[in-house]
Ligand binder design. Structure first.
Ligand code: ADP
Ligand code: MG
Length: 343
């Protein structure tokens, strides 16, 4: 028996968004980002108390490119009404909160945001000043462990007393060094933004509705930050796919979606119809992801036909894979342009 279309489920989800807290666990290509776009239009069109203007709606995601895509898709859907909706990354919000509270947090407003390499260099200098000789591998491990503390929202003075002494000391020294150099890492932005809220930042109740795309990639510190952003007023809609979590090694926890449903008694609207891929691709994807442990059970289906069979190509590494795909796309584009000219 063929599965019923999920379109009615999408409509139910949009209704739920206009009514309150909503969690949308859904697979790849099921229209998660489309739902955010439609959800924003629906919230604007609804008479829900409080939502008077699009400037009270915030959509956050990971990466500037994804945020830009939301803004563009929203513009295509609702035109000028989209102008005041804020679509951005969690980190850019955190940065502006840290900037507004820089002094009380121990920084100056002109702080720099630094990447992994600069932090590793700082750690190396700290080790050298303490006559601590660590191999590159050990240094990387210490750095990863520090990042995991940050992902959990823990400052050095908040980590368990039984944690390894050297790691704790390194973390403490690192934070002091970064602060005196007026530098923050991306994970620091979230940590300090939460601290600003905890200690003195007055939430201005700016947001009435918050959408979170790619929720599977958030970590507990980011979840806490979203809760601060929402305050007591805003409704939250979280959209994500636990099978697509790519930042687990950095502390992202796809289970936070489940925690959200409990913390806020959120309505769960799941989606399984894939609108993007052919049957053959979906079948292969299903049989791969079914091996993931501890996942929310879902079986993606499509109404599209099987399409072309999948071609398997063994290649020797990331670079070769990228080149192979780029060449293939180039070839197909040429073929496509050639056939367009003919017709
Ligand atoms: N109800 C629908 N009917 C037809 N196509 C849809 C529907 N919802 C989404 N799509 C299309 O499916 C594709 C995947 O949607 P997207 O929102 O990017 O999915 P996801 O964020 O879940 O990966 C897009 O091309 C989108 O336009
Ligand atoms: Mg998406």
């Amino acid at each position: 028996m063929s599965k019923k279309s999920d379109m009615h489920k999408q409509r139910q989800a949009i209704k739920a968004i206009t009514e309150g807290m909503t969690a949308i666990p859904a697979g790849a290509g099921t229209g998660k980002t489309s739902l955010i776009i439609e959800g924003i239009s629906a919230v604007l069109a609804s008479s829900r108390k409080g939502i008077t203007t699009s400037s009270k709606i915030l959509a956050v995601t990971f990466g500037k490119k994804a945020a830009k895509e939301i803004k563009q898709r929203l513009k295509d859907a609702i035109g000028d009404k989209a102008n005041n909706v804020i679509a951005s990354t969690l980190h850019s919000h955190a940065a502006s909160i840290v900037r507004n509270n820089a002094k009380v947090l121990g920084f100056s407003k002109q702080f720099s945001i630094i990447g992994d390499d600069a932090v590793i260099r700082a750690l190396k200098r700290i080790c050298a000043s303490q006559n601590l000789s660590l191999t590159e591998k050990q240094l990387d491990e210490e750095y990863d462990a520090i990042e995991l503390f940050k992902a959990k929202g823990l400052f050095p003075n908040q980590i368990a007393p039984d944690s390894e002494y050297r790691l704790k000391q390194l973390y403490k020294e690192l934070q002091e060094t970064l602060m005196s150099a007026n530098c923050l890492t991306y994970s620091d932005l979230i940590l300090y933004a939460c601290k600003a809220y905890e200690e003195q930042y007055e939430p201005d109740g700016q947001w009435e509705q918050i959408f979170v795309d790619e929720t599977q990639d958030i970590n507990p510190a980011q979840y806490a930050f979203i809760q601060y952003l929402a305050g007591k007023k805003a409704n939250i809609c979280m959209v994500g796919d636990d099978d697509q979590c790519i930042y687990g090694w950095r502390g992202a926890d796809p289970k936070l979606m489940q925690r959200f449903t409990k913390d806020y008694s959120a309505k769960i609207c799941s989606l399984e119809q894939n609108f993007r891929s052919t049957g053959c691709i979906l079948k292969a994807a299903n049989s791969v992801i079914t091996n993931n442990s501890d996942r929310i059970q879902k079986e993606l289906f499509t109404k599209r036909d099987n399409g072309q069979p999948i071609r398997v190509q063994r290649l020797s590494g990331l670079y070769d894979e990228a080149c192979f795909i780029a060449k293939y796309i180039k070839k197909r584009l040429k073929e496509f342009q050639g056939s367009k000219k003919k017709s």
